[in-house]
Write a protein that binds this ligand. Structure first.
Ligand code: HEC
Ligand code: HEC
Ligand code: HEC
Ligand code: HEC
Ligand code: HEC
Ligand code: HEC
Length: 493
């Protein structure tokens, strides 16, 4: 109604676009997150412990909030800008004149601020990169999910090798791939959608050539490795039984030693491929060997397998087909109890202690607390007046915590170990005498117990003084047995 124009409208300064609640909130968030970033950075640098949560806060949460704050501030400015245009017409064009002291000051301020921001961003993203690769992030941040893998890893010969060395390896390509699947994994963890147990084998694990072979030399000639296995029987007196053998590991490259033995499979001159009929790669009906120089191909099949072979589902054998538990080994109750008894942590003088320890470790429990309690009460009831049971209980509980993870349904039962043949098919997936060439004349070596290892001595007491360099026939404790070892031995026996 008042047509008279306002005297001179107060000049609209550009900076006023940030004078609104949204932008101010955004700026408060920016300042807050910058402050926490520096504070946490200091904490992370000064602390003598590695805490995955500090890492998450510093390198993921704080920069995240910084970004959110900046976006909110800009959004507020944008809305305010539109509002100003609507009410007071277009803003005066931006003019920077460095001859004006005010502009010079502002320009200097922006330059310094920009450089500082870039520095913080660079430091932040470098640290974020390292942090998401760290053992802490992989093993501990997700808490329950990776606990089984993390705990078994800490007890493995690779406890000092970062997870990423085996699971990601070198190169940007695999880094991006792993971050893509990792992002899904973080989502799955937060949304509680992850499988229990985590399935094995890992489908997209990087080929061994690019991970294990960064540190291990497959061409190296190993020769024979001596191994002693110390067992106790489940009888009244826990009779000891020992097997000492030479593992004929050998080598795969003629320039480093004779080609042969167990590492023959890694022979640089051959390629061994196989077909597995199950997801876990425990059933192998078809194996093919290609001698690369001559191009000779030899196929081995089990009698039942008459299908044609789908080339796409063949897998080339590598380290992981035998060493599939180099970092996450879930000991079977039998192996773990034998070891604890051999080390004296479980007193061998307690009658039937092997049998009782196996009994409590092979029951199913819903969680750690229930398991540890039941172990303690059951064992103390069985040996009511014997003080030696106290340390035995501690040892059995320790076995439980290091190898059983009921929340993730992870234990030796879910994760087969392919290195031997006692508790899982392992080598006998192929070396079972059933895999033959079409004419039936040649089969993959099987029944010769001294083909892969030489039994030097076995038994107990004075029997162990008899060494036979040529190898002895295996004397199974108790009766002669027939059949594959893992038909009877499943970890609890
Ligand atoms: C020495 C190499 C190595 C290191 C170090 C390593 N892993 Fe593994 N990991 C493996 C192999 C080999 C497998 C089994 C692959 C297969 O059978 O396909 C595996 C399997 C897994 C699996 C699948 C479940 C299973 O047990 O098969 C998870 C999850 C896993 N690792 C997490 C981790 C985490 C977390 C770390 C670090 C705390 C780690 N790994 C360190 C080699 C390694
Ligand atoms: C970053 C280096 C590194 C990588 C990668 C690595 N290892 Fe190892 N590995 C080691 C070290 C170090 C040892 C311990 C050597 C020792 O103390 O004798 C070891 C030991 C071993 C042993 C002997 C264990 C024992 O019980 O005596 C085997 C088998 C093995 N590694 C297999 C593998 C396999 C399979 C992979 C790939 C999945 C792999 N390693 C990846 C460094 C590595
Ligand atoms: C056919 C199965 C098989 C394959 C394939 C295989 N290994 Fe082995 N390896 C063995 C066995 C069996 C031993 C003996 C040790 C044992 O019994 O634990 C062994 C021993 C070793 C050792 C210990 C040697 C030492 O001096 O202590 C290392 C390291 C090793 N292997 C690395 C590798 C690497 C790396 C690859 C892949 C290039 C590989 N192996 C492929 C079966 C295999
Ligand atoms: C995927 C199938 C497969 C698996 C699993 C496998 N092998 Fe073999 N292995 C073969 C084939 C095929 C040959 C060659 C047979 C031939 O040429 O007559 C062979 C040959 C051998 C040889 C004789 C090498 C030489 O000197 O000529 C030894 C020793 C051996 N394997 C040990 C093992 C051990 C130990 C394991 C388990 C840790 C194992 N193998 C697991 C397929 C397999
Ligand atoms: C294809 C190769 C191969 C053949 C054939 C073979 N073994 Fe083994 N055996 C192995 C390997 C590899 C291991 C080592 C497992 C480990 O590292 O713990 C092993 C381990 C053993 C052990 C110690 C087992 C344990 O895990 O406590 C005994 C006992 C044994 N073998 C007996 C036999 C007997 C008996 C035969 C004949 C029926 C036989 N082996 C044939 C490869 C073979
Ligand atoms: C018919 C079932 C059966 C078969 C097959 C069998 N075993 Fe056994 N094994 C037993 C029984 C039962 C015991 C006694 C367990 C005890 O007293 O603790 C035993 C004990 C053992 C022991 C000592 C105890 C221990 O802690 O492990 C070893 C080692 C062993 N067997 C190795 C083998 C090997 C290697 C094979 C394959 C060549 C094999 N067994 C095949 C039933 C079997």
């Amino acid at each position: 109604m008042n047509s008279e124009p306002a005297a001179t409208p107060p000049p609209v300064r550009r900076s006023t676009v940030f004078r609104n609640w949204l932008s101010l909130t955004g700026l408060v968030i920016v300042i807050g997150s910058l402050f926490s970033f520096f504070f946490l950075l200091l904490l992370d640098a000064l602390a003598h412990f590695a805490n995955p949560y500090v890492g998450i806060l510093t390198y993921l949460v704080a920069p995240g909030f910084l970004m959110i704050g900046l976006l909110v501030a800009l959004l507020g400015a944008f809305l305010r800008h539109r509002q100003i245009i609507r009410t007071s017409g277009p803003l005066p064009p931006l003019r920077i004149d460095l001859t004006r002291p005010r502009d010079r000051r502002l320009f200097g301020f922006f330059l310094a601020g920009g450089v500082l921001f870039l520095l913080v961003a660079a430091l932040g993203s470098y640290q974020t990169y390292h942090f998401t690769e760290s053992v802490n992030f992989c093993g501990q941040a997700c808490h329950g999910v990776m606990k089984p893998e993390y705990v078994t890893y800490l007890h493995s010969p690779h406890a000092k090798v970062p997870c990423a060395e085996c699971h990601i390896g070198k190169g940007a390509n695999w880094y991006v791939r792993s971050k893509l699947s990792g992002t899904y994994q973080v989502y799955a963890t937060l949304a509680d959608k992850y499988p229990r147990p985590i399935p094995t084998p890992v489908k997209n694990l990087r080929p061994a050539q690019e991970t294990c072979e960064e540190c291990h030399w497959p061409q190296k000639f190993v020769g024979n490795l001596e191994r002693s296995y110390n067992y106790f029987l489940s009888d009244e007196t826990n009779t000891p039984f020992t097997v000492r053998m030479l593992m004929n590991v050998g080598g795969g490259d003629p320039t480093h030693g004779p080609v042969g033995g167990i590492h023959w499979h890694m022979n640089v001159g051959n390629k061994v491929e196989y077909l597995a009929s199950d997801e876990a790669r425990q059933k192998i009906p078809y194996v093919r060997v290609t001698e690369l120089a001559q191009g000779v191909v030899t196929e081995f099949r089990t009698p039942k397998f008459t299908n044609t072979v789908d080339e796409a589902s063949l897998r080339t054998m590598d380290c992981m087909d035998c060493h599939n538990r180099p970092a996450h080994r879930y000991q079977t109750p039998n192996t773990a109890v034998n070891l604890a008894m051999f080390l004296g942590k479980i007193d061998r003088g307690l009658p039937l202690v092997k049998s009782n320890a196996l009994h409590v470790l092979t029951q199913s429990y819903t969680n750690d607390t229930q398991a540890l309690q039941t172990i303690a009460t059951t064992l103390s009831q069985r040996y009511p007046n014997d003080p030696r049971i106290r340390s035995a209980i501690g040892a059995v509980q320790e076995i439980y915590t290091n190898n059983f993870f009921p929340e993730m349904k992870a234990s030796w039962k879910t994760y087969p170990d392919n290195i031997g043949h006692k508790d899982w098919p392992g080598c006998f997936r192929c070396h079972d005498g059933l895999h033959k060439t079409a004419d039936g004349k040649r089969s993959i070596k099987a029944n010769d117990c001294n083909a892969c290892h030489t039994i030097l001595t076995q038994g107990s007491g004075a029997e162990l003084d008899q060494l036979s360099p040529k190898g002895q026939k295996f004397k199974h404790p108790g009766d002669e047995v027939e059949g594959g070892c893992n038909d009877c031995h499943t970890g609890g026996l």
